[in-house]
Design a protein around this ligand. Structure first.
Ligand code: IPE
Ligand code: IPE
Ligand code: MG
Length: 274
């Protein structure tokens, strides 16, 4: 499994699209992933839990409860399809603004998920990663996160990343801070490639496909840096109702796209010199 998102050198990327059969298809803005294939990395904003519950005259939190079942189903489907990285936005840095009882329900649900599901993930060779600012989590939650990551670290199947208390702006700022700490002698003049190893998802290629359920068409401070050239897919389906078929529709939509990364369509088809 590819474990880093190191972008290819520019000369390599030139060769990649001129000789597609030689291509090492990586997700980055420098190389061209094969869209006909299953996306290597899918990132999802799981939205619409509250509305799903309200439509059924239930408290919002019942939607979060039901959403966990969708997570199980989507993880299973991704494993079976050979998706290498699945990244789920579970709690944003802005979600603390919600009513205290909803926030506390979500934190408890996260802890319960870790307690109940991690051994199953491990049995299925899934590597679990949690990204986000852990400083606001209480000690037992942090301990479970660390244990879950340690237990599953060597697994070679799907890498499942849960973004919890995550914000794209926070991520860029913490990476910038870490980079400048590592090079105190250099005040400025850092390159883009130098920042990527410090971002939370340094271990994964950039997402090929982004899905947002629940009808809103926005990024809501998810992976701002990494989504630069990701194919975006929005669906009105509320997260608790998102199933394998809905996932397949999103993947089919992705497979019809032409990813150009700034190039022309003719260049991609090899009918024109670079
Ligand atoms: C997404 O569902 C889950 C979280 C943000 C934790 P919402 O709770 O945002 O559901 P809606 O958007 O209010 O329906
Ligand atoms: C985005 O959903 C965050 C998660 C799904 C965790 P929100 O429901 O918080 O997003 P906004 O507030 O509608 O943009
Ligand atoms: Mg929402």
């Amino acid at each position: 499994m590819q474990d880093t998102a190191t972008p290819a050198a520019s000369t390599e990327s030139r060769i990649l699209y001129l000789n597609p059969e030689m291509a090492i298809f990586k997700s980055s803005t420098r190389t061209i992933p094969e869209t006909a294939a299953v996306p290597r990395h899918i990132a999802i904003i799981m939205d619409g839990n509250g509305r799903w519950a309200r439509k059924r005259l239930m408290p919002r939190v019942m939607g979060h409860q039901r959403g966990v079942e969708t997570v199980r189903e989507v993880v299973k489907a991704c494993r079976q399809k050979g998706v290498e990285y699945l990244t789920l936005f579970a709690f944003s840095s802005e979600n603390w603004r919600r009513p205290a009882d909803e926030v506390s329900f979500l934190m408890q649900l996260f802890l319960k998920m870790l307690e109940r599901e991690v051994s199953k993930l491990h049995e299925n060779n899934i590597r679990l990663k949690i990204i986000g600012d852990r400083s606001r989590f209480d000690a037992p939650l942090v301990q479970h996160i660390e244990e879950a990551e340690r237990l599953t670290a060597a697994n070679s199947g799907l890498t499942l990343t849960i973004a919890a208390n995550y914000g794209g702006r926070w991520d860029i700022m913490q990476a910038m801070h870490a980079l400048s700490q590592a090079h105190p002698e250099r005040a400025t003049a850092f390159g883009e490639e130098e920042l990527t190893p410090y971002l939370s998802m340094h271990y994964a290629p950039e997402p090929d496909l982004f899905i947002r359920t629940g009808g809103e068409q926005r990024i809501s401070n998810f992976l701002l840096w990494q989504l630069a050239y990701t194919e975006l897919y929005f669906t009105d389906t509320l997260w608790p109702a998102f199933d394998r078929k809905a996932l397949e529709e999103a993947i089919q939509s992705y497979q019809k796209r032409e990813r150009r990364f700034g190039r022309t369509s003719e260049q991609l088809k090899g009918s024109e010199d670079a």
